[in-house]
Design a protein around this ligand. Structure first.
Ligand code: GLA
Length: 320
């Protein structure tokens, strides 16, 4: 019987994680069993996003997040909170953004204080801001940017640091390897460090849907971010192929890529690799818009029956 991912990762002082949803955590024994056996870290998949968390102004529904964080504590797992600020999955009542700039700023500050403060000492790493950089490398123009200006991340990280003792991460997609967007993220976090902003790390999402960043480039990017003194984690990995151009053996190709990224993460000194879900059956690629029609919709390490896939064996071998 080979060792579990979490046992092997512990030997490497590394974490292997998965994004977790409260419903299967509550209803599905196999989901719980797999999670606690194989993973040392979990991310709150949707439960702490502002939309699901805040059904009405002034109201917070912490039930799902509490269940996830409680499970992690009971099973000695680290927790990534996701995310204090994101421009998507915002509450209906906040749209269509009829709040004034000062109101939005006050609302966000209170949100960060309440949410980060509630989990002080229980959440190990927060994605403080998710996806603030646009695909062309400019700052994404969101209502928060409009309300608070170019340097709004500085404030959000300061508020998070005041409310929380977690490591504070900036998290994004499309900035995993080398290129314009990852240069922009590098510049963004370098500037924050120069200004004394309390940022501890960068999360590289790595949703490999068609595009698979070169593992050598990912390693080089991790290294340059670590040279700034930052922690780096792979935070949302999944691997799917466009159905039109899928390789002959998609599960083998998927395993190869998981292996290469695990090797790159370990070699370059990343602290964790988190997959965006536990099993294929609960992956967002299965349920999100036209994704299941466009992509091979089995992007994770465990199949629908929680059987380990070739990708699982590849990550296991890389850790060993
Ligand atoms: C982004 C977000 C995640 C999740 C994924 C997939 O990467 O950061 O919270 O929503 O998309 O849906």
């Amino acid at each position: 019987m080979p060792e579990t991912l979490r046992a092997l990762a512990a030997d490497r002082e590394f974490d292997v994680g998965a994004a977790v949803a409260a419903a299967p955590l509550t209803n599905d024994l196999e989901y719980r069993t797999t999670l606690r056996r194989e993973f040392s870290m979990l991310t709150t998949e949707n439960a702490l996003k502002m939309g699901p968390l805040r059904p009405a102004p002034g109201e917070f529904d912490f039930a799902a997040a509490d269940a996830i964080v409680g499970f992690a504590e009971a099973n000695d797992m680290r927790v990534r909170g996701h995310a204090l600020l994101w421009h998507r999955m915002t509450p209906d009542w906040l749209r269509p953004w009829e709040y004034g700039g000062d109101e939005l700023r006050a609302l966000l500050r209170a949100h960060v204080q309440t949410v980060a403060g509630r989990y002080r000492g229980r959440i190990d790493a927060w994605d403080v801001v998710n996806e603030a950089v646009a695909d062309d490398g400019s700052m994404r123009e969101t209502p928060w940017y409009d309300a608070m200006g170019e340097r709004y991340l500085d404030r959000v990280f300061e508020w998070a640091a005041a409310a929380s003792d977690a490591d504070l991460f900036y998290n994004d997609y499309g900035a995993e390897g080398l290129g314009g967007k990852s240069d922009a993220v590098y510049d963004l976090v370098s500037g924050m460090l120069d200004r004394g902003v309390p940022i501890d790390g960068v999360g590289l999402q790595l949703h490999a849907l068609g595009d698979r960043p070169d593992p050598d480039d990912v390693a080089a990017n991790i290294e340059r971010l670590r040279d700034l003194g930052l922690d780096v984690q792979i935070t949302e990995m999944d691997v799917a192929f466009p159905r039109e151009s899928a390789p002959d053996d998609p599960l083998a190709a998927q395993a190869d890529y998981y292996r290469e990224i695990t090797d790159a993460a370990l070699d370059a000194g990343a602290g964790a690799l988190v997959t965006w879900g536990v099993d294929d059956g609960h992956s967002w690629v299965r349920s999100h818009g036209s994704l299941p029609q466009k992509y091979t919709a089995d992007p994770l390490l465990f199949d629908d029956d929680y059987e380990p896939k070739p990708a699982y064996a590849a990550v296991n071998e890389a850790l060993a």
